[in-house]
Design a protein around this ligand. Structure first.
Ligand SMILES: CC/C=C\C/C=C\C/C=C\C/C=C\C/C=C\C/C=C/C(=O)SCCNC(=O)CCNC(=O)[C@H](O)C(C)(C)COP(=O)(O)OP(=O)(O)OC[C@H]1O[C@@H](n2cnc3c(N)ncnc32)[C@H](O)[C@@H]1OP(=O)(O)O
Ligand code: FAD
Length: 664
């Protein structure tokens, strides 16, 4: 029934103040106000309509994205939106496009790697969108191995120019978003060659297309790489290819904040770590963690509301059927995902702090925390995007058959989200960076250099290697120090085992290659410890609002104990818990599920998502699912006519058996 809240009973059961939880979720009252206002603005503007995009052709979808992006930019300018509001507008627009790469990578790359003069020149154009940029690093032959890039930028002292060249087919740039059809400029990563010497990969600002008629400049071959996974979905983005044929750019278009080439062609490396050339990736990996919480929360919101609406079995005595959310199996699959969405939110907040801190330190030439910032952004990007991709698919299954319908919102969400496991660094490759960092930290234990930050726990190795968990009853699993100790000893013992096994190899690199799978497991254990510890820190801090802290505590322990259950092999094999303690954890989990159950719908309401943003018939705020499923079905073009196109051509001849006989 229209106008009726079918989930009202669920909302009345809540034992906490949802409005207060909304503020916690958003991060602050101000952040909530901005999100709330901008999401409602987008939801009510017809230009941002998106329900029809699955039926669009690639060209229509691309043009629709151009229209929305340019309209969004017009709004940002005309209403003088702040940066924060502008980002929210792009997020709620919910259609990947060139704006994401222009603002998310092109501008930050120039800010991070350009000199003051370069920033002044290029950012003044980019900030007004008089040029549109993308981030062109990956090539057909190399993505993960950045040092293996083949594109060359050879300095020509005669003309004071760099010659950009793609020497092989595999050196073609391949994948950059916005490159295919829109960007006028790119930050291109290429091997710098001066006086015949290769100085490795550096960034260059390159104009690709004419600012008058958008045609590629002579010496540049450029286009879109073709359809990607899923219908609609990420196909709104023009991921592109690019080849250079001896294309010249002025010397001052090399990004020269980190190193320089003089007029004479002399290469001058500064004393900052060369890895700062990867700085844009670190910054984006950081933002991807918060976005993981957002994507997972969308899926969980849909699955939770629908699980409260959907009823199956249990009416044998003539009563009403059971809401599927009341099945313990449903709770055991759904509530850990709900808890993960909150966990990723809080670790995302912390990571933002860490990133801001390292940025300020770098400006003051303090590079000490750079390795940790790299390991944390890489590891948490990897861990949260993998969990989110799996979580979205699990939410689809939690919605049964209807979850497979496009209008559930889940197929498109999955298709758009899943490349996050690959872009900004393949998730396995990134965990191996964490593993290297851990092995280095372990090798320095006992050297007098105390591990700091997220590896500080390794400084208590003597204790953590010997301790036995003190958990004796189920409630002990609600004791933060007992939970932390179990996760710390598991992570440390896995890292130490890897280090011991590595030391058996004469050649460390060969040992590392042999042990890759174990190293990834150890890195994941370390990342999970970070997320658990940041969630615990959150619930131990000040939290305002009636009943809010209690709910967050429940979710925190669900997150931790569910991980313990899922990775029980690790916890048991490292003797971090006994089988009896593991079974007490399962007992405690069931009790926590019962406590979350009456609050589940309110906990997803706290995400404050509009129906427009969710884009899901199953996740509608009012729970009015069935009539709306019918409405959606009737909108399908196949239902335009009662008798389908093709009836006379195929169905009728088949039924009447009067088609010409087949010839071999
Ligand atoms: C809908 C959206 C709405 C709104 C949007 C709002 C904002 C949008 C923002 C952004 C848009 C977001 C998403 C858009 C979607 C897609 C865009 C995708 C873009 C891309 O994919 S860009 C290309 C990304 N490519 C990669 O990530 C490549 C991965 N590979 C690497 O990073 C490196 O090659 C690798 C694996 C780290 C190895 O590098 P290298 O060979 O040089 O290193 P070594 O292993 O030898 O290590 C040497 C040494 O250096 C340390 N190190 C490595 N990397 C870093 C680093 N980044 N920082 C600091 N230190 C680093 C490493 O640990 C070693 O240290 P050691 O010597 O051991 O001490
Ligand atoms: C949607 C999308 C958008 C993108 N946007 C951009 C963009 O804007 N700009 C840009 O420059 N790039 C972009 N990329 C490219 C992206 O960054 C790369 O695809 C990514 O870094 C992975 O590199 P790859 O494709 O070379 O994977 P590969 O490295 O070829 O990975 C293939 C397999 O090999 C494994 N593997 C690779 N190396 C190792 C190793 N050392 N040890 C163990 N296993 C290994 C991986 O785990 C994976 O299973 C985008 C990609 C996608 C999918």
């Amino acid at each position: 029934m229209e106008g009726v809240d079918h989930l009202a009973d669920e909302r009345n059961k809540a034992e906490f103040n949802v409005d207060d939880m909304k503020i916690i979720w958003a991060g602050s009252r101000h952040a909530f106000d901005v999100s709330n206002r901008i999401s409602r603005f987008v939801a009510t503007d017809p230009v941002f309509e998106k329900s029809n995009r699955a039926l669009m052709t690639r060209k229509e979808l691309f043009k629709n994205t151009l229209k929305k992006s340019v309209y969004a930019w017009k709004i940002i300018k005309e209403l003088r939106l702040s940066d924060e509001e502008g980002i929210k507008l792009r997020i709620f627009m919910d259609q990947p496009g060139f704006l994401d790469l222009h603002w998310g990578m092109f501008v930050p790359a120039i800010k991070g790697q350009g000199t003051e003069e370069q920033q002044q020149k290029w950012l003044s154009l980019a900030n007004k969108m008089q040029i549109i940029g993308c981030y062109a690093q990956t090539e057909l032959g190399h993505g993960s191995n950045v040092q293996g890039l083949e594109t060359t930028a050879t300095f020509d002292p005669k003309t004071d120019q760099f010659i950009m060249h793609s020497p092989t087919q595999t050196s073609s740039k391949w994948w950059p978003g916005g490159l295919g059809k829109v960007s006028t400029h790119a930050v291109v990563y290429a091997r710098l060659i001066t006086n015949g010497k290769d100085h490795g990969v550096h960034g260059f600002i390159v104009q690709l297309r004419s600012l008058d008629d958008h045609s590629p400049l002579p010496g540049i071959t450029i286009g879109d790489i073709g359809m990607k996974f899923g219908n609609g979905a990420y196909n709104s983005m023009d991921n592109g290819f690019l080849m250079f044929n001896q294309f010249r750019i002025p010397r001052d278009q090399m990004l020269m904040r980190l190193s320089k080439v003089t007029r004479e062609g002399k290469y001058i490396a500064s004393d900052v770590p060369r890895q700062l050339v990867y700085g844009t990736m670190v910054s984006v990996r950081q933002t991807i963690v918060s976005k993981a919480s957002d994507a997972l929360a969308r899926a969980v919101c849909i699955a939770t509301r629908y699980s409260a609406v959907r009823r199956q079995f249990g009416s044998e005595n003539g009563g009403i059927e059971t809401q599927v959310i009341d099945y313990k199996t449903q709770q055991n699959r759904l509530f850990p995902l709900l808890a993960s969405a909150y966990a990723f939110r809080f670790v995302g907040e912390w990571l933002k702090w860490l990133y801001t801190d390292v940025t300020q330190r770098l400006e003051a030439s303090d590079f000490v925390t750079l390795p940790e910032a790299h390991a944390c952004t890489a590891g948490l990007k990897s861990m949260t995007t993998s969990a989110t991709s799996d979580g979205i698919e699990e939410c689809r299954k939690l919605c049964g058959g209807h979850g497979y319908l496009w209008c559930s919102g889940l197929p498109e969400l999955f298709a758009v989200y899943v490349p996050a496991c690959t872009y900004e660094g393949d998730n396995v490759v990134l965990q191996l960076q964490v593993a290297r960092f851990l092995m280095k930290t372990v090798s320095q234990l006992g050297s007098g250099k105390a591990p700091a930050g997220t590896t500080a726990y390794m400084g208590r190795a003597q204790h953590l290697l010997q301790c036995r968990s003190g958990v004796q009853k189920a409630e002990d699993w609600l004791n933060p120090s007992m939970v932390l100790e179990a996760f710390e000893s598991r992570a440390l013992r896995m890292a130490i085992t890897c280090a011991k096994n590595l030391s058996k190899f004469e050649n460390q690199e060969q040992g590392f290659s042999e042990l890759l799978a174990d190293l990834v497991e150890a890195a994941i254990a370390h990342c999970q410890l970070i997320v658990v510890s940041k969630f615990i820190a959150k619930i131990e801090g000040e939290i305002e609002g009636k009943g809010v802290k209690k709910q967050l505590k429940n979710l925190c322990y669900i997150y931790a104990l569910h991980l313990l259950h899922k990775h029980l092999g690790d916890f048991l094999s490292t003797n971090s818990v006994t089988p009896e303690q593991a079974s007490l954890a399962s007992h405690q989990l069931r009790s926590l599920y019962s406590q979350v159950r009456p609050n589940a719908v309110a906990l997803v309401d706290a995400f404050d998502y509009t129906d427009h943003y969710l884009g899901s018939v199953l996740g509608r705020y009012d729970g009015n699912v069935y009539p709306k499923l019918f409405e959606e079905a009737l909108k399908d073009p196949l239902n335009d006519s009662v008798v389908p196109d093709g009836y006379h051509e195929y169905i009728r001849p088949l039924i009447k058996q009067n088609f010409p006989s087949a010839k071999l």
